[in-house]
Design a protein around this ligand. Structure first.
Ligand code: CA
Length: 219
């Protein structure tokens, strides 16, 4: 998942970023409320982890602005003595909260719950035709056989499956596969598409000439 981490405590943020990256998420970190809003205007995220005590713009304000336009799952982080903020946060539409200090394992577990809720079932499986993605284990099965996909190949096919009607151009796909500041070579997406067609089937991704890609045949 692409996660926006909004946290002004740099030490905590860097610990969380590494843990989330190890759990195969793509993390963008910003350290104040204004940058969080800007990030949201520029980019799409699958989840937000939002500290409430932030410089420039309070976390509850950030929450309000994001909620006006997005249904993205939001998990708030708050100080132990900030019960009022926490309640306000939940009233403003946060999906869950954690009180600092918390265990990393607990954060990862809460994220999995939100992810499951988002994908609309108690099982973490995304199925289309003969292809099954296990969103918790990051594994892919095609016609009953486990495939060996790289993380970005996994993310790419997941993005296409989740939006079966949509045609994505290269820059939209690059955005969901890469963090800011990652150098992306111009033909990267084509390479991943090529790999996926080789590993799954030649028809699994359809090229829409002059526009981009969408999911193809998976029976
Ligand atoms: Ca803070």
């Amino acid at each position: 998942m692409r996660i926006l981490l909004v946290e002004d405590d740099e030490l905590l943020a860097s610990g969380l970023s590494s843990a989330l990256t190890r759990a195969k998420h793509l993390v963008e970190h910003v350290n104040d409320g204004e940058k969080a809003i800007n990030a949201f205007q520029m980019s799409e995220f699958d989840m937000v982890i939002l500290d409430l005590g932030l410089p420039k713009m309070d976390g509850t304000e950030v929450l309000k602005v994001i909620r006006q336009k997005h249904h993205v799952p939001i998990l708030i982080l708050s100080a132990r003595d900030a019960t009022k903020d926490r309640i306000l946060g939940l009233d403003l539409g946060a999906d869950d909260y954690l009180t600092k200090p918390f265990e990393l394992d607990e954060l990862l577990a809460r994220i999995r719950v939100l992810e499951r809720r988002q994908s609309g079932g108690s099982r973490n499986l995304l199925e289309i035709g003969q292809l099954t993605l296990d969103l918790a284990a990051y594994t892919v099965t095609w016609k009953g056989e486990l495939l060996d996909l790289q993380r970005r190949e996994f993310t790419l096919i997941k993005k296409l499956i989740e939006n079966p009607q949509q045609v994505f151009n290269r820059s939209q796909l690059e955005e969901s596969l890469y963090g800011w500041g990652d150098g992306v070579e111009s033909n990267t997406i084509d390479v991943y598409v090529h790999n996926l067609r080789k590993k799954i089937s030649p028809e699994c991704i359809k090229t829409i000439r002059g526009v981009g890609y969408r999911i193809g045949k998976l029976d």
